[in-house]
Ligand binder design. Structure first.
Ligand SMILES: *Cc1c(COP(=O)(O)O)cnc(C)c1O
Length: 426
């Protein structure tokens, strides 16, 4: 039978459980746009018939291979060819075994999933690609978000690929390299004389008033569906040897919640024989979600001040703490926090031992593994997967403090020899 709609069955509020038809909606009417975030549910029986192991074998190696588990029309991607954004290769990022890093941290088996390989060099491309297609599907003529970081640069890239204008709200202190990445993709960058929180609020207001499509991941549950494709991939790529733990750095909480949803779906559909535990990693200076995890399920949420050099997880009011805390609880996992010093350390040893250069927020996941090994949360025989969420070239300023300096010499063999002979400097 030909389907005329996606496999999405309904949207369900994660607070009150009220159900809604899967249309152009952001949050639960009763619980409001801050608390009343929705979950996207599917007709899993329908998906099971179509998305078989055999069917997956013949599909392209990108995240669109899981199209039945995305909130998109089933004729996709044929109908969306006019959107150049399907040509950017998102997902199916490599999983590397990292024996030397594993030995260094005393882990029996350590793998890295390198999300820096995505088109704009971060995990966020998984969400932006879906966001742009939803905006086109709903006939919106502009897509917008508030962010100074990877969500913004990712959206700018995918909007550029599809020809959809993007408006991006940034706070006044937005760092130069990130502004450049936005502007070079042709995004209209609206710089607010104020904080990130004020930029976020103005963006929400503008979307409501002018009908722009809202890419802010926490409020728009379709975006998490893009993020979950990382979990779907882990489920397929590691089906034969599933990890015991998956370590993910946490800011707003959408990434870890999305990965958990993907893992659960692959388990439900019979691809993944058992579910891993999640290790949520936050910076000591921005620990709001980790603190909430220590409290009881119904305790009120308390934001925490945020200050860390890992800018992508520097969040004081995490917009998706509830989904993140639930995911880690459900998995039987743990949260851990790491100092900026430990993150800088990881910036030094991770690239040297693996060849994978992650940005500070990305290597924070590995600093978390080091800390969790020390505390005995992770055993020496556990098989661990770290999701490295963004490429290190995103933030060279912080990395350069960990990198050391070159040997400056005159262009002579004598000068070179002086450096080589001095073992201390080489
Ligand atoms: C956004 C981001 C995260 C955290 O994702 P949340 O959904 O905010 O928890 C981690 N690492 C990088 C590189 C990011 O860009």
């Amino acid at each position: 039978m030909r389907r005329h709609h996606s496999y999405v069955s309904l949207l369900k509020c994660i607070v009150c459980g009220r159900e809604y038809p899967a249309v152009d909606r952001l949050a639960c009417d009763i619980c409001g746009p801050v608390e009343g975030i929705c979950d996207v549910l599917y007709d899993y029986e329908g998906v099971r018939r179509k998305m078989t192991k055999k069917a997956l074998l013949s599909r392209p190696q990108d995240h669109w291979r899981y199209r039945e588990l995305l909130p998109l029309h089933p004729d996709f991607p044929k109908n969306w060819d006019r959107s150049g954004c399907v040509n950017l290769r998102v997902g199916w990022t490599p999983i590397c075994v990292t024996r030397r890093l594993g030995d260094y941290l005393g882990c029996g088996s350590l793998h890295i999933k390198d999300e820096g390989c995505n088109p704009t060099a971060s995990f966020k491309d998984r969400a932006s690609s879906v966001g742009v297609l939803k905006a086109l599907e709903f006939g919106r003529s502009v897509i917008a978000c508030a962010s100074t970081g990877n969500a913004a640069s990712s959206l700018a890239g995918f909007a550029a690929a599809s020809g959809l204008p993007s408006r991006i709200f940034v706070p006044f202190h937005a760092p130069e390299p990130k502004l450049t990445q936005l502007l070079i993709y042709g995004a209209q960058v609206i710089r607010i004389r104020g904080s990130y929180e004020q930029a976020y609020d103005l963006c929400m207001q503008a979307c409501a008033r002018y009908g722009w499509y809202n890419r802010n991941c926490a409020v728009n549950c379709y975006l998490i569906e893009g993020k979950k494709t990382c979990g779907l991939e882990i489920g397929e790529q590691m089906a034969d040897h599933p990890p015991d733990w998956v370590a993910v750095s946490v800011g707003d909480g959408c990434t870890i919640a999305g990965i958990w949803k993907g893992l659960k779906e692959m388990h439900l559909l019979g691809f993944l024989p058992r579910l891993p535990r999640l290790l949520g990693v936050q910076a000591e200076g921005a620990p709001a979600v980790a603190r909430q995890f220590e409290k009881k399920e119904d305790d009120a949420f308390i934001p925490a001040p945020a200050a860390t050099l890992a800018d992508s997880i520097c969040v004081s009011v995490p917009r998706n703490w509830r989904k993140a805390v639930r995911a880690v609880r459900e998995s039987g996992g743990q949260f851990i926090t790491v100092s900026d010093k430990a993150i800088i350390e990881a910036l030094k040893y991770v690239p040297r031992l693996t060849g994978v250069f992650g940005e500070p927020a990305a290597v924070a996941a590995i600093a978390g593994i080091a800390a969790a090994r020390e505390k005995g949360i992770l055993g020496s025989n556990d098989m661990i997967l770290a999701v490295v969420t963004g490429n290190g070239l995103k933030d060279v300023k912080t990395s350069s403090t960990a990198a050391g300096a070159p040997h400056d010499i005159e262009p002579t063999i004598e000068a070179l020899e002086a450096v080589i002979m001095n073992r201390k400097t080489l």
